[in-house]
Design a protein around this ligand. Structure first.
Ligand code: BTN
Length: 320
């Protein structure tokens, strides 16, 4: 099916006969695959009598040759998949299977994309970025302090460089544009935290998605919605790699403390009244910033308190 999609990638009309000849299959088999593209992967097609078939929406597939081209910096190995349950899960399986060095997994689609706090990450085919980078953690788990905030900062730089000026951070690691979610990050540890272990840095970034089913329960946006143009996901991955390599290097060398003020400057909810859901009852306070370990600092009834986990929500003036 992917080979057929590759032929359609040029956006031009192709007859069933031509597609069959190029793939070495019958016209009936071509038709079956075209149906499967529409039904299983939700790839919309146009068909015109006498002309053939073309993609209703442009798709540029992730390309292993581009992502593994010689001379790239950083030289991280890319595992490029058509479909997978979760790129984070696949990265962990590769580690268990003995994969070494820094590598990442990207997929056109996830069938069980994992979000924070046990939520699902909706992952339709060919539209967005589902990316998991594996990084060895040599210096103990303290090295991980603030890491997810640093990843969000690196990603924010990529998004702003593309022209999404209104994008900013929401603690701990969401990227929002006008209160709509553009990207989420899920860090998972693999191995023994007391010994040599790896961190899997999972990034979900809405890229070319214009519509989604009701499974997304919060307001969302995509780069295409914000910029009004289709984004090349291969170029995007390479840019993410460059920015991540830089910020992870700073983090490994100096810790989160040197990036703290840059992070706070980009925090959309700095100084705002929020509620944090960490335990049974939400706690209301004003955001003061973050500490050197990446915990959020709130002024709660005049007293400063830090929270290292939980979910922030904005409190409007008339919220009780
Ligand atoms: C969040 O809930 O905000 C975090 C979402 C993280 C989603 C990404 S998509 C790539 C990687 N694989 C997963 O299963 N989850 C992360």
């Amino acid at each position: 099916m992917l080979a057929l999609l590759k032929l359609l990638e040029d956006g031009q009309f192709h007859s069933g006969e031509e597609l069959g000849a190029r793939l070495g299959i019958s016209r009936a088999a071509v038709w079956k695959q075209l149906r499967a593209l529409e039904v299983e992967l939700s790839v919309p097609l146009h068909s015109v009598k006498g002309k053939g078939y073309r993609l209703a929406e442009p798709i540029r597939l992730l390309d292993s040759a581009v992502l593994n081209a010689p001379g790239l910096e950083p030289a991280w190995g890319a595992h490029v998949l058509a479909t997978v349950d979760s790129t984070n899960a696949e990265a962990q399986r590769l580690l268990v299977g003995g994969a070494t060095g820094a590598f990442y997994v990207v997929s056109e689609q996830q069938t069980s994309g994992r979000g924070r706090r046990g939520r699902e990450w909706v992952s339709p085919f060919g539209l967005n970025l589902y990316y998991s980078l594996v990084v060895p953690v040599g210096g103990g788990v303290r090295q991980l302090e603030g890491l997810s905030l640093v990843v969000a900062l690196a990603l924010l730089r990529v998004v702003k460089a593309l022209g999404v000026e209104a994008a900013g951070l929401k603690w701990p690691n969401d990227i929002l544009v006008n209160n709509k979610k553009l990207s989420g990050i899920l860090l998972e540890l693999s191995g023994d935290p007391a010994d040599l272990c790896h961190v899997v840095i999972g990034i979900g970034l809405n890229v070319n998605m214009l519509m989604a089913d009701d499974a997304i329960t919060q307001p969302w946006t995509s780069l295409r919605q914000e910029l009004g143009r289709v984004i090349d996901r291969n170029e995007l991955v390479l840019s993410i790699n460059e920015h991540l390599a830089h910020y992870l290097d700073v983090q490994m060398q100096h810790g989160f403390s040197v990036l703290r003020s840059e992070w706070e400057l980009n925090h959309l909810w700095q100084g705002q009244q929020v509620a944090i859901t960490a335990g049974a009852e939400p706690i209301v306070g004003r955001v003061l910033g973050v500490d050197d370990a990446g915990a959020v600092r709130l002024a709660v009834d005049g007293v400063e308190r830090s929270f290292s986990g939980g979910e922030l929500s904005l409190r409007l003036r008339n919220d009780s």
